[in-house]
Design a binder for this molecule. Structure first.
Ligand code: 6GU
Length: 227
């Protein structure tokens, strides 16, 4: 998979991609992440990338020219499956969308800032608009990091069996069950007996039941529509 990210703050994304799972995916050659600074594309002599909105509303809008030139250049080099704009008014991201996007070859992500980008860029280039939740971030960068992390960990070979992505919360529509590790008793607190029993069928039943209990209690919305 190849992910290109257009941003005015590439520095915000260096850290998240230099550690852990995304770094591992990059090091293994299973994903390429390329950061592109929108400011490198401006033709403005003061390197300005934003402007005041028509209509007189407060705030600033990322200007057409730098982003348009960047998109045209990147599109001429790579055939994108989706051009994704990260924005709080986009479709709320969930595991189903992450799963389907993880099958893509090339993605372009555009990070909004200030009041966003000119609507004409959204109309003519963006194929998918994603929000990572119902709250407002200062820009799309952290959302792009979230989406990238969620995608990269699903690419076959990036994470090992010991972290199997198939047992994650949400992957079967339920939250994950509680987990425990050694010692079996710590400070007087005991691990549930069944987990020490060695009876794999019983353990699986217990885990399914705990996952269901936890989901009913914390996220009953996930169970709506399930039988
Ligand atoms: Cl994608 N961008 C911004 N600025 N805020 C958000 C978001 C994205 N998703 C949730 N809040």
């Amino acid at each position: 998979m190849r992910i290109d990210i257009l941003t005015v703050l590439p520095g915000l994304l260096h850290g998240p991609f230099a550690e852990s799972i995304v770094k591992r995916g990059i090091d293994k050659g299973l994903v390429e992440v390329h950061l592109h600074d929108i400011r490198d594309y401006t033709k403005d002599k003061h390197r300005k990338v934003d402007d005041t909105p028509f209509g007189g509303a407060a705030g600033m809008v990322l200007a057409m020219q730098p982003i348009h030139d960047a998109i045209v250049k990147l599109k001429s080099e790579t055939d994108y499956d989706e051009i994704i704009f990260l924005t709080p008014d986009g479709e709320r991201l969930n595991q189903g969308r992450v799963n389907s996007l993880s099958l893509c070859g090339n993605l372009l992500m555009i990070c909004g800032h200030y009041k966003g980008i000119d609507q004409r860029l959204r109309d003519h280039f963006v194929t998918l608009e994603i929000s990572i939740g119902d709250y407002v971030l200062s820009g799309g960068e952290l959302a792009a990091a979230v989406l990238t992390d969620a995608l990269v960990r699903l690419i076959p070979g990036v994470i090992g069996d010991e972290m199997s992505a198939l047992t994650d919360s949400f992957q079967d529509g339920l939250l994950a069950p509680p987990v425990y590790t050694r010692p079996a008793e710590y400070n007087g607190w005991k691990v549930p007996e069944v987990l020490l029993s060695g009876d794999h069928k019983k353990i699986q039943e217990w885990e399914e039941n705990e996952a269901l209990k936890r989901t009913k209690k914390r996220r009953p919305d996930l169970l709506e529509g399930l039988s």
